[in-house]
Design a protein around this ligand. Structure first.
Ligand SMILES: [Ca+2]
Ligand SMILES: [Ca+2]
Length: 100
């Protein structure tokens, strides 16, 4: 909190506040873009949602998860907040923002 305040004070005093804010915005946008790109990669049949089978392909991008099939299944059901068996882009994005 103190560091944040300090950074804020420093950035305003040198007039970089606007730049810093724009930069943060940019980062958020980039993260969202990345999310969307990953979502599209996983959505093999392009129906705009990710099935459990498609979700398992996440190990292609995160090989560390390969040994954790059960964890993946659990994660999928956790992310599937409306429990329709698919992850929408929204559900997918929500998950990623919670775990940076
Ligand atoms: Ca799909
Ligand atoms: Ca869902």
């Amino acid at each position: 909190m103190l560091r944040l305040l300090l950074a804020l004070v420093l950035s305003t005093s040198v007039g970089y506040a606007g730049v810093a804010a724009a930069d943060a915005d940019n980062k958020a946008t980039k993260k969202a873009d990345k999310q969307q790109a990953l979502f599209k990669k996983l959505d093999a049949n392009n129906d705009g949602k990710i099935s459990l089978d498609e979700f398992r392909k996440v190990v292609d991008f995160h090989p560390k998860l390969k040994e954790k099939a059960t964890a993946l299944n659990k994660r999928f059901s956790k992310l599937d907040t409306n429990a329709d068996g698919f992850l929408s882009q929204e559900e997918f994005n929500a998950a990623r923002t919670k775990t940076p």
